[in-house]
Structures are given as C-alpha cells and as structure tokens.
Design a protein around this ligand. Structure first.
Ligand code: ARG
Length: 456
C-alpha cells in the first residue's frame, strides 16, 4: 500500500507506477534507510513523541528487517514504491500499527536526502581507498624508473627527455587532487537533513544535532527548505568523479599510445589486454579504452544532473529522484575501473631500450640553445640559431649531433669544441633539478613528498 493513499479513491495506474517508482534503484540504500530510521526512532522517543516501549519495539523490528536484507530474505511487494516505503511496510507487518508511529514528523523528503547523503559519504570513502591504491601503484613503478628515460611530448610531438618516474608521478598528483576534491565534497555532504520534515521543519522537539552525530554526520542543516532540496553534494561528488575519470582517461590514452608497436615503450600484461577474434597477432588495450570511454559517461552524468537541477522551484520536486541513478552509476563505474587500472600499472612491462632509442637529438635542441645562452647569446637569438642548425641537419640528412663544428660555427661563433657535451640525454635530464623537475635528484624529493602523502 502506498504511504499516501488516503486522499485517493482509485489506485495508481500501472504505467504511472512504472515511471514513478524508484525501488528498482533506491533499494541499494536499504542500509542507510534502516540506520536513519533507527536513529530517528531514538530521537522521537527522547523527545517524548513515542514511548520507550514503542521505540524498543520499532528498533527490534528494524533489526529484523536489516537481517532480512543482509541475508537476502527480504521480499519486496508490488506496492513498494521506494526503499522508504518498503522498509516501513515490512516493519508494520512485523510489529503492527506501532510501526506507523515511526514516520511522525518525518517526510520522505528529509528521509531520502538523509539516506542519499549517507550513501554518498560511504561511496566517497571507498573510492578514496581505491584511488590511494592506484597512487601506490604509480609510486611503486616510478621508484623503479627514476633513471629510465623516454621522450616527453607536447602536441604529441617529441619535446624533451624525461624520466618514466616523472611521467608516472604526474598522474599521482592529479589523483591526489581528486582525492582532495572528494574529501572536500564529503565535508559538505556530511550535513544531516533529518528533522527538516517535508520543507518547513518539524514541530517536535527533536535534538537534530544529536540525531546527526548518531548517524555519522558532522552537523545538521541550518535551513529545512534548503535541506530537502539541496543536491549540491551530489553534483560536487559527480564533478570530482568526472574529473578523476578524465585523469584516468588521460593516463589510459598515454598507455594506449606507448603500447602501440610504433612506440613500443610499454607492453600490457596478458591478463590486462585482449585479443582480436579475427587477427591473431592483435593485443588490444581494451581496459584502457574503456577507461577513456567511460570518462564520457561520467561527464554525462554530471551534466545530466546539473541540467535537472537548474530550473527547479524551491523545495522538493520529484525531478530530484533523478539524482540517484546518476551518482550510483558514476560510483559503480569508477569502482569498476580503478582496480583494473591499478593492476595495469602494477603489471606494465617497460622497454627501456625502445624508449631510449626513441630519444632523437632534436630533443636536446633546447639544451643546445641554453648552451649558447651560457656563452652570452640572448635566448631569442639562440633559439633562432639552433632552429637553423636543426634545418641544416635535416637538409644534410644528419643527426643534430653530427653537424660538424665548422657548420655550427658558421651559424654562431659561440659554438666551441665542448658543444659535444650537450648531446647527453642523462645529463640533460639531470640538469632539470629545480623543484618539480625531471632530474633524478628532484624526482627523489617528489617521491618523498608522494610517500608522505600516502602515509597520511
Ligand atoms: N523516491 C523519492 C526520491 O528519490 C523519495 C522522496 C519522495 N518524496 C515525495 N514527496 N514524493 O526523491
């Protein structure tokens, strides 16, 4: 039976029910719904709205309902519109009419906001742990490769040599910020709407602060109208997830490119790559393509919810029911991706020789310009001179380092015998030793900072 049948002479239409009911997806908040109801029963007992005995009976009944959900024995009925209805219906079956006292002063509007916030808080905690694991995998790989070099790219064109550690750790810091954003969103999620009623607050003397603390919230909301209609927390969490997904997508894209045989820097482990049904030679990076693909889905959920929220009038509106599937799916998606990506990083096989072979002399053109700068030429002029040298080498089908000193000196008299020393990739990397640079000495500091962050 619906929780609101009194004013209707006829039952709801079947098709209306299919549209209106949320039990199909909000049933996964059963744990939060029962916890919320238990805390609420205690609060209204403390306020003298129900007797101690009635509260005991409600708590015992809810404990049975919880057991049924836990063991999978809970049976949904045709009239169970949503999880709140289902729990209350079952409670009343178990303990009789006194079960109907639980909802005194409560609305599904404050109830659903409470359940959903609790669910989101738990989801954030879980995802934080998964992000931590991926960071740990990146850090571990990085530590083994502070002196393994590969070309660094801008515009996907070879730019300057960097270390594999530096490349991997760039994603470590992206994920660190994602975790911060999620933690920050959690702080604003941990505000209890319970005791806001339908919109105007409750006339009963409920200790809302105590109620909030019992449920694991940090505090209770300051405005009942805001509390029942606010879904900022869901939007913020979706944004943090969409941005984390974007970072995962970019990591995936790098690995996809580097595992292409034309690059050959990386080989994926058998367990984390897939084959082709037709072409026997293929090794496809499916999990990484899915990481890239699913980031679109995460961004879609964010823009979907934002669009739902933007025109709503004050108070609860049924549109808000759309919040849950978006967030549930975003959380499921991220939880599906992260363990696989973590394993992909752990099991990556890096081909140091291929990466080294991909380092062309051109990647040291900037260092060549810096050499001229050290010998007194303004950088703008040095840039021009080296550009001419690159062109001359290309015309002679020679490597930049093979240009005779005479040819270089025709471009600038500041070139001398010691210019040969510029053509050393390890030395070029080691020179980038200011904080945040790719030099092994700077990366060592980066690794210390990363370790400190992970152990916090
Ligand atoms: N299933 C609803 C939701 O997810 C619960 C709140 C219903 N409130 C109402 N006034 N109809 O938003």
């Amino acid at each position: 039976m619906a929780l609101w049948g009194g004013r209707f002479a006829e039952p709801s239409d079947h098709d209306l029910r299919a549209l209106n009911d949320s039990i199909g997806f909000d049933r996964r908040m059963w744990r939060q719904d029962i916890a919320g109801s238990m805390a609420y029963a205690r609060a209204i007992a403390a306020a003298g709205i129900i007797t101690r005995e009635e509260a005991e009976s409600i708590l015992a009944g809810l404990e049975v309902v919880r057991g049924e959900f836990e063991s999978g024995a809970f049976v949904f009925q045709a009239g169970d519109e949503d999880i709140h209805t289902a729990v209350e219906r079952r409670l009343t079956e178990l303990i009789g009419a006194v079960g109907g006292k639980l909802h005194t002063g409560r609305s599904r509007n404050d109830q659903v906001a409470t359940d959903f916030r609790l669910w989101v808080m738990d989801a954030i905690d879980e995802i934080d742990g998964l992000l931590h694991s991926l960071q740990a995998a990146l850090l571990e790989k990085a530590q083994a490769h502070t002196e393994t070099l590969l070309p660094g790219y801008t515009h996907l064109q070879p730019a300057q040599p960097i270390s594999v550690a530096h490349w991997l750790l760039s994603f470590f810091w992206m994920l660190a910020r994602d975790r911060e954003r999620l933690r920050d969103a959690r702080r604003r999620t941990a505000v209890s709407p319970l005791g806001s009623g339908a919109l105007a607050g409750t006339p009963f003397a409920i200790d809302r602060d105590q109620l909030a603390k019992t449920l694991g919230f940090d505090t209770c909301s300051s405005n009942s109208l805001d509390a029942v209609s606010d879904r900022d927390f869901a939007a913020e969490t979706l944004f943090a997830l969409a941005l984390a997904g974007t970072h995962l997508s970019r990591l995936a894209e790098d690995v996809i490119i580097y595992s292409n045989p034309l690059f050959g820097f990386i080989a994926l482990d058998d367990r984390y790559s897939t084959g082709s049904s037709l072409m026997p030679q293929k090794r496809n990076p499916d999990p990484l393509e899915l990481a890239r693909g699913k980031s679109g889905r995460l961004i879609g959920h964010l823009s979907g919810l934002m669009t739902t929220l933007k025109g709503l009038p004050s108070g609860y509106n049924k549109d808000l029911q759309e919040d849950k599937e978006a967030l549930f799916d975003a959380v499921d998606t991220v939880k599906l991706l992260l363990p696989v990506l973590t394993a992909v990083i752990r099991t990556l096989k890096l081909d140091a020789e291929k990466m080294r072979a991909a380092l062309g002399d051109d990647l040291l053109a900037t260092d060549l310009a810096d050499y001229l700068v050290k010998n007194g030429l303004p950088f703008r002029q040095a840039h021009h001179v080296v550009g001419q040298a690159v062109r001359a080498a290309q015309a002679a089908a020679a490597r930049l380092s093979q240009l005779p000193l005479d040819s270089l000196r025709q471009l600038s008299p500041l070139f001398a015998e010691d210019v040969r020393e510029v053509f050393d990739f390890d030395a070029a990397v080691a020179r980038r030793s200011a904080a945040g640079g790719t030099a092994p000495s700077a990366v060592a500091q980066q690794i210390e900072a990363a370790k400190a962050l992970l152990s916090r």
